[in-house]
Design a protein around this ligand. Structure first.
Ligand code: RUQ
Ligand code: CUA
Length: 663
C-alpha cells in the first residue's frame, strides 16, 4: 500500500467517525408539543412530584436528584468533588472520603447512577455511582442523601462499565474501560499492549444491612475496552453482560484503529460459576493497593483504610466463566429485558440492533457452537445466540431501556432520536426526535423486572439553541417524554448540572418511605460533640486549639473566644443541637481558607482555621435559620504568638471580660 492510499483511507475513516460522533441536528428542529404537555408536567405549588430522577453530574463529579414530571432540581449530592456549599471534602470529617492510592483527589467524572435492587426492583436503599477517571465506586445512602462510602477499584483504568447491580445487589460490578498492564511489572512499552495489557472486572460484594462494599473477586479478562454492562435477571440471574470494543487491541488512534473489525463483542460472564471457583480456592491473591473510605453516621466522620490485595480469577485458566458473542461494530450499551431473556447490544457504528437470546446463548455454550477463541475465550457463533435484529432502527444506537408493556426504547446518537420497538417482534413502532444528540435514556424503573414506565427521559449531549445562551458554555439538558400512550410525546426540556450521562428514576414512594429527618443527638458519637451548651469549651494543646461549639436558634456557644494566637491551628467542632427537620445551621469564619460548615440537626462538623494575622475575626451562621439568624454571630480574638492573653470563652454572662492585649 502506498503511503498516499494509507493516508487517505485513514482520513476517510476519521471523517466518518467524526461525523458520527458530532451527531447531527434532526431536520425538523421545531418542537412538536401536544396541547396538554404543560398540564402533564405542572406540579402545582405545594404538590409533590411523582418520581425521583437521579442523574449523574458527569464532569461535575456529583449526582443530582430531580422531581419528575416537573424537572425541578431537588438536591445536588456531593460525591467525588469537593463542595464548599456544605463542606464536603473540606471538613475534617469528610476529607478522608476523597483519599485514593494516588493521594487526595477532589474531583472525578461520574457517569452511571445505579439504584440498589431487591428481586430485580429498585428498593430505595442506596444509589451507587462510578468515578470514571480515578476508578472508584461511591455509595449514597438514600435515607440521608449523603455519600457514605467510596471504594477505589484497583487494576482498572477508566471505571466506565460501572457500577451495575446484580438482581439482589449481591454485587455491584465494575468493568475497566481501558485495559492496562496488571501485576508486578507495569512499566512496559505501550506497544506491548497485546502481551501485557489486560482487563479487570470487579465483583464487589455489598453487605445487605449496612451496604458496605468489599471486592469479592476480580476477573482478569482479555485486553480490550469494556464499555458498559448489565446484570442478568430472572432466567439469566447469575450472569452479567458487558459490551466490549477495541477487539483490534489498538493502543493509538482508536477512532480509526478500533473500528477495523466488522464485529466486536458482548462478553457474557457466568458469575455464579466464578463464585464456585472462589469457593474451591481457585482464586489467586494479587498485591494491589487501594483505598476504602467509609463515613460513619454515628461519629459523623469518615475513615480511610488501605487495602493491600485483591482476589483474582484468570479467565485464561478458568475458561467456563466468560464467553464472547460477536456484535456489530463498537457496541456501546448491553441491556437486558425485564424477563432477563433478551440482551440488546447497541453498536455505535452498526446499522442494526442485535438482540441475543439468553436461552440460545446457553444452548450454544452447552453444544459448544463456537467460532474459535479470542485470547483464550470461546467465541459463540453470532447466529447461534441471536434472537433477531431490529432492522433500520436509526443511526448510532447507544442504549436501551424497557417499559411495562413489552416495548424497548433505544437512544440514537447520530440520528438524534428515541426509537420505540416491540421486544418480542423487534419491530419499530415509533420514533421521536431529541434535541440534540441523545446519549443515555432512562425509563422509570427501566432496568427493573417490572418497569414502572410512563416516562422516558432523554439525556442529551448537546443543547445548542434550546435555552438562553450563557456564553461559550451552554447548559446541559434532559428531555421528558410521555410514553403512556402508543406514541411518545415530548413534554419538557429541563437543564441539568454537569453532563447527565445516565440517570435512574423510581416512583417517589420508594425513596420517601425511608427518609431520615434528623440525626438523633443522643446517638451522636462524634468525639468532639457538645450535646448541650454546658459541654461547650475551648481547649489548647500546644498549637492546637479545639473549640467545642453548639448552634441552636439563634446563637452559637461560645460566641466570644480570646487567647487564640497567630500560628495556632484552630478546629471549630460545631454541633447543631436542633432536633427538628429542616433546621440546619451554618458556620463560617473570616479568612478561613477552606469552606463553610452546613450542619444538619444533631450532627457535628469541623472546620480547621489557621489565622495568619492578629485581630478580631467575626464568625456567623450562614443558613437563614430564624428571625434572629442575622444575630447568630460571634468573635474570635487572635493575639500575637508571644502574647499573654489567656484562653477565655463564653456566651452572654460567661463571655470573657476585660482582657487587654499585651506584648
Ligand atoms: S456512556 S452515552 Cu459514559 Cu454511559 Cu453511553
Ligand atoms: Cu443558624 Cu442562621
Amino acid at each position: 500500500m502506498t503511503p498516499f492510499i494509507k493516508h487517505s483511507k485513514l482520513m476517510l475513516a476519521v471523517a466518518v467517525a467524526t461525523a458520527a460522533f458530532t451527531g447531527c441536528k434532526p431536520k425538523k428542529a421545531e418542537t412538536v408539543i401536544s396541547g396538554d404537555a404543560a398540564q402533564k408536567v405542572y406540579v402545582a405549588p405545594g404538590k409533590l412530584d411523582e418520581v425521583y430522577l437521579f442523574a449523574s453530574g458527569g464532569f461535575s463529579g456529583q449526582v443530582a436528584a430531580y422531581g419528575i414530571p416537573s424537572g425541578r432540581l431537588l438536591k445536588v449530592i456531593p460525591v467525588f468533588s469537593q463542595n464548599p456549599e456544605n463542606g464536603w471534602g473540606y471538613t475534617e470529617e469528610t476529607k478522608a472520603m476523597l483519599n485514593t492510592s494516588h493521594g487526595f483527589i477532589p474531583w472525578d467524572d461520574a457517569h452511571h447512577p445505579q439504584l440498589s435492587k431487591t428481586d430485580g426492583m429498585d428498593d430505595g436503599r442506596w444509589l451507587f455511582i462510578n468515578g470514571n477517571n480515578t476508578p472508584r465506586i461511591a455509595r449514597i445512602n438514600l435515607a440521608t442523601f449523603k455519600t457514605e462510602e467510596i471504594l477505589e477499584v484497583p487494576n482498572s483504568g477508566g471505571n466506565h462499565s460501572s457500577p451495575y447491580c446484580t438482581e439482589n445487589t449481591e454485587y455491584v460490578v465494575a468493568g475497566t474501560r481501558f485495559s492496562v498492564p496488571i501485576g508486578n511489572n507495569t512499566d512496559v512499552p505501550i506497544t506491548s499492549y497485546k502481551e501485557n495489557f489486560r482487563g479487570a472486572l470487579s465483583f464487589i460484594n455489598v453487605d445487605q444491612k449496612e451496604g458496605n462494599m468489599n471486592i469479592a473477586f476480580q476477573l482478569l479478562v482479555p485486553g480490550v475496552d469494556y464499555d458498559l454492562a448489565r446484570s442478568g435477571k430472572g432466567v439469566s440471574h447469575g450472569w452479567m453482560f458487558f459490551s466490549c470494543y477495541n477487539s483490534e487491541q489498538a493502543h493509538t488512534l482508536l477512532e480509526v484503529n478500533a473500528s477495523q473489525r466488522d464485529k466486536d463483542f458482548i462478553m457474557a460472564v457466568n458469575w455464579k460459576k466464578a463464585e464456585e471457583y472462589v469457593k474451591q480456592g481457585k482464586g489467586k491473591k494479587m498485591p494491589a493497593t487501594y483505598y476504602h473510605n467509609k463515613y460513619d453516621e454515628k461519629t459523623h466522620s469518615a475513615k480511610s483504610t488501605v487495602e493491600k490485595e485483591v482476589l483474582t480469577l484468570d479467565t485464561r485458566e478458568l475458561k467456563d466463566i466468560v464467553y464472547f458473542i460477536p456484535c456489530p461494530k463498537s457496541p456501546h450499551g448491553a441491556d437486558v429485558s425485564p424477563d432477563g431473556e433478551n440482551i440488546v447490544a447497541s453498536g455505535k457504528l452498526a446499522a442494526v440492533i442485535p438482540v441475543f437470546s439468553f436461552k440460545k446463548l446457553t444452548d450454544a455454550i452447552a453444544k459448544k457452537t463456537f467460532d474459535g477463541e479470542f485470547d483464550n475465550v470461546s467465541v459463540v457463533k453470532y447466529e447461534a445466540a441471536l434472537a433477531g435484529e431490529v432492522q433500520k432502527p436509526g443511526l448510532g444506537p447507544l442504549h436501551t431501556e424497557f417499559d411495562d408493556k413489552g416495548y424497548a426504547y433505544t437512544s440514537m446518537f447520530v440520528s438524534s432520536e428515541i426509537v420505540k420497538w416491540k421486544v418480542d417482534t423487534r419491530e419499530v413502532v415509533d420514533r421521536v426526535p431529541t434535541y440534540y444528540s441523545i446519549g443515555h435514556l432512562c425509563v422509570v424503573g427501566g432496568d427493573n423486572k417490572k418497569p414502572y414506565g410512563k416516562y422516558v427521559i432523554a439525556l442529551n449531549k448537546i443543547t445548542k439553541d434550546r435555552y438562553l445562551p450563557t456564553g461559550p458554555e451552554l447548559t446541559q439538558s434532559a428531555q421528558l417524554f410521555d410514553i403512556s400512550g402508543e406514541k411518545m410525546n415530548l413534554l419538557l426540556d429541563f437543564p441539568t448540572i454537569g453532563e447527565p450521562h445516565y440517570a435512574q428514576a423510581c416512583p417517589a414512594e420508594v425513596i420517601m418511605k425511608n427518609q431520615k429527618k434528623i440525626f438523633e443527638l443522643s446517638k451522636n458519637e462524634h468525639p468532639y460533640a457538645a450535646k448541650n451548651e454546658q459541654e461547650t469549651k475551648v481547649v489548647r494543646n500546644g498549637k492546637r486549639v479545639d473549640v467545642w461549639m453548639t448552634a441552636i436558634r439563634s446563637h452559637l456557644a461560645p460566641d466570644n473566644i480570646e487567647g487564640i494566637k497567630q500560628g495556632d491551628e484552630v478546629y471549630f467542632h460545631v454541633t447543631n443541637l436542633e432536633q427538628d427537620w429542616d433546621v440546619p445551621h451554618g458556620f463560617a469564619i473570616k479568612g478561613a481558607e477552606n469552606t463553610e460548615l452546613l450542619i444538619m440537626p444533631g450532627e457535628t462538623q469541623t472546620i480547621k482555621w489557621t489565622p495568619k494575622s492578629t485581630g478580631v475575626f467575626p464568625f456567623y451562621c450562614t443558613d437563614f435559620c430564624s428571625a434572629l439568624h442575622q444575630e447568630m454571630q460571634g468573635y474570635a480574638r487572635v493575639s500575637a504568638a508571644n502574647s499573654t492573653v489567656a484562653l477565655k470563652y463564653g456566651v452572654g454572662d460567661t463571655a470573657p471580660k476585660d482582657q487587654v492585649a499585651q506584648k
